[in-house]
Design a protein. Structure first.
Length: 359
């Protein structure tokens, strides 16, 4: 829809399964070049500044050629992916086209787009809605998008702070539990993103004032050397999934079909996995199979969104806000036991890497 690729960082975690797909698509080396390979995943308790669990991705080095999570900004990755799509025999990217509506004729689809030079109509065998959480394709299909909106908002402050100096022992990615204000630290090349819980009763305009952003940083890290705030984002988080990912010749992928809590970094990754699954089905249809296999796409990916991504990310979120003393102790023990036992750590990291089928 936009005339240019988005310039916001948005997602920043690429899991091993996605990197394996990028390898097949010939883009992995270039994307890796733009990111940090993070080979530790840490969980901390905020108040006592205590490291609870430190998972070492070395545990899955026999399972994947990419035993780490790559921290690379989404808008950098899209700048590698777009030319790769355009370099294929059939790949064309038309920027500046906003879908208005479409008609499924049973044998093909026609769609109308608004462009700078007026309305254009295009025809294709199928339409794939990869048009985000407010998907025009999904709305046109009039299908349910049930789920919940979390009460908390996520407040993200991007800066040039050196978090490893401020929280000794901290890895480049840390989830820091606290019943009042959990924190997530995500280091990327050129920027560190510190994400804070913002409760529903906090006023947005007040919270976003620079002095208050800096106070939040100091409340957590203590005294900090001078630093530059590079970006801020405040967003609401939803957990929703559509009733189906397919209606006739229309299909949904990514955020148009499912939204989830970003803790765990699975939203963008699972959208890419949808696209890979669907492309494989399209190739089989092209080679003569019935297009009923598109129902398999819908069932497989919907099931994964509900039974895997949503369960995992919701659990991650619950861990971050857990308040009852007993529950917190149980959580800490379970994570610490898992991190310290190579077999359990392997299973945990395969799950966190969206490679659970290899457990
Ligand atoms: C701050 C933040 C941090 C995140 N961190 C992570 C993370 O670490 N890991 C992770 O996996 N996920 C993360 N996510 C989620 C991730 O960004 C999304 O899951 C991902 O961008 C979804 O990709 P998508 O292509 O489905 O939708 P989008 O990225 O929303 O893209 C949709 C595209 O469709 C276009 N469009 C919309 N309407 C129309 C229309 N009518 N016609 C034509 N085009 C249209 C839009 O312009 C846009 O280009 C994060 C999200 C946010 C906001």
């Amino acid at each position: 829809m936009d005339a240019e690729l988005n310039t916001q960082i948005r997602a920043s975690t690429f899991h091993p399964k996605t990197l394996e797909m990028f390898k097949e698509w010939g883009v992995v080396d270039e994307i890796i070049q733009h990111g940090y390979k993070v080979d530790q995943l840490q969980y901390w308790e905020r108040a006592p500044r205590r490291l609870i669990a430190d998972f070492d991705y070395g545990c899955i080095s026999d399972d994947t050629p990419y035993p780490y999570r790559l921290q690379c900004p989404q808008h950098i990755a899209t700048r590698v992916l777009k030319p790769a799509v355009e370099a294929t025999a059939t790949g064309k990217v038309h920027m500046g086209h906003r879908l208005i509506d479409f008609t499924d004729h049973g044998t093909h689809v026609t769609a109308r787009f608004e462009t700078a030079s007026g309305i254009v109509e295009r025809e294709g065998s199928y339409i794939v809605g990869a048009d985000g959480a407010h998907s025009a394709v999904r709305k046109h299909l009039n299908i349910g998008f049930k789920g919940k909106t979390y009460e908390d908002r996520f407040l993200l402050i991007g800066s040039d702070l050196k978090t490893e100096d401020l929280l000794p022992g901290a890895a480049q990615v840390c989830y820091i539990f606290d019943p009042k204000e959990w924190v997530i630290i995500l280091n990327l090349p050129d920027i560190v993103r510190v994400v804070f819980r913002m409760t529903d009763d906090e006023n947005e305009a007040t919270a976003m004032q620079e002095g208050n952003l800096r106070r939040r940083i100091s409340n957590f890290f203590g005294e900090v050397p001078p630093y530059i705030i590079k970006t801020t984002q405040l967003y609401r988080v939803h957990q929703r999934v559509t009733d189906t990912f397919r209606v006739g010749r229309a299909l949904l992928v990514g955020d148009s079909a499912h939204n989830n809590n970003p803790s765990g970094g699975m939203g963008m990754n699972s959208g890419i996995h949808d696209a890979a699954n669907l492309t494989e089905k399209f190739v089989r249809i092209w080679n003569g199979e019935s297009d009923s296999i598109l129902d398999d796409y819908s069932n497989e990916r919907r099931q994964y969104a509900v039974e895997s991504v949503q369960l995992y990310t919701d659990q991650q979120y619950n861990n971050m806000v857990m308040s009852a003393e007993e529950e917190r102790e149980r959580r800490n023990k379970s994570l610490s036991d898992a991190a310290n036992d190579p077999a359990k750590a392997r299973a945990y990291l395969l799950r966190a890497s969206m490679l659970e089928e290899r457990i």
